[in-house]
Design a protein around this ligand. Structure first.
Ligand code: PSU
Ligand code: MN
Length: 332
């Protein structure tokens, strides 16, 4: 195992990224790695990447800012360094100062930035929150193998006709990084999402004692993952194997919402159905679908969905940081 892992840092770690201290470098001039992140990486210490669409488009102010700060604090308390990714005035930041985090949370003109949007926002000097796909790209480029979020995008309902399939899924098949999430929201077609991931060779594991694939607000979706990881050490080995094999694809680790926060699951589910219908009636399409539905569900559940959302992100941050720590132990 140890020998196999020797090659691991070379596969995934730093590739001459521009940091605040280093000189201008042509290829990486659009990236900015925060000194706390580059230092942790240089010392082989655990780092956890975090996305920012959840801040700019996923939650209303001020919950977006407080949650982002709480998540960073949880990562630190678990002994890892947080690296929130976001685009500020055309630069892709890996690790945000608290001023920049504030700016992102307040900015009303921010763009939802997925892979396809990166060239546009950086060339125009715009500001935006990175989705799972764009965050994976930046985190991998900086050499961070673990990334925590709430939920990933997937195949939308009726996706077989609209072809509305999140770029998060194809990113998981082309960027070697572990994404820790609470599975896929039931606003999506969970069965087709898992089929798509299988076709594209993405390893999907449930974290915990069963293979039940969670549905974000509830611990079960009726579908299963192909495997499970019972604890941080097992998850770390799974990630290390994926990276060492040189597959160039990522791992999706699905962490079920803790039971005590799953109580409102049924009510939220009903609201999801209503919101999906309304989005379709109003002909909301493309990248506006997910933010529209999230806001609608929050309204209909009088804030209960937001509370559950925050609770599960906290839990994911805890679990993801423990996994990052276990992985860094394996590597050293
Ligand atoms: N799911 C959530 N909250 C979110 C998102 C997904 O519960 O904020 C965001 C994530 O950033 C994800 C993105 O990567 O939405 C997917 O958007 P789309 O479906 O347009 O690919
Ligand atoms: Mn879409």
């Amino acid at each position: 195992m140890r020998r196999m892992l020797k090659s691991f840092p070379a596969l995934v770690l730093r590739r001459g990224i521009t940091t605040y201290q280093s000189t201008w470098c042509k290829n990486d001039s659009l990236y900015r790695v925060h000194p706390s992140v580059s230092q942790a990486l240089a010392e082989n210490k655990p780092v956890v990447a975090l996305e920012s669409t959840i801040i700019t488009h996923g939650m209303p102010y001020p919950h977006n800012l407080s949650t982002a700060k709480e998540v960073e604090a949880i990562v630190r308390a678990e002994g890892a360094t947080p690296a929130t990714v976001g685009v500020i005035e055309g630069k892709v930041h890996v690790g945000l100062s608290s001023e920049k985090l504030d700016h992102l949370a307040h900015c009303r003109s921010s763009v939802k930035v997925s892979r396809r949007d990166l060239p546009y926002v950086t060339s125009k000097g715009l500001t935006g929150g990175t989705t799972v796909s764009a965050t994976m790209i930046a985190a991998h480029r900086a050499g961070i193998p673990v990334f925590v979020t709430g939920g990933i995008g997937g195949v939308h309902r009726d996706g077989e006709n609209s072809l509305d399939i999140s770029a998060d899924l194809t990113e998981l098949s082309r960027t070697p990084i572990a994404v820790i999430s609470a599975g896929v929201k039931s606003i999506l077609d969970i069965g087709r999402t898992l089929e798509f991931l299988e076709t594209h060779g993405v390893c999907v594991a449930t974290y915990g004692k069963s293979k039940n694939f969670p549905a974000f607000f509830s611990p079960q979706s009726g579908f299963t993952s192909s495997c499970q990881a019972e604890n941080p050490a097992e998850a770390a080995k799974l990630i290390a194997s994926t990276l060492s094999l040189g597959l160039q694809s990522g791992v999706l680790l699905a962490v079920p919402i803790p039971e005590e926060h799953a109580a409102a699951g049924l009510q939220i589910e009903e609201a999801v159905q209503a919101a999906v219908t309304e989005a379709s009636n109003k002909q909301i399409t493309g990248r506006d679908v997910t933010p529209f539905i999230l806001q609608k569900v929050n309204e209909l559940t009088k804030g209960k969905s937001l509370q559950a959302n925050i609770a599960l992100i906290h839990n994911n941050a805890r679990v993801g940081s423990q996994i990052a720590c276990a992985l860094s132990e394996l590597m050293n």
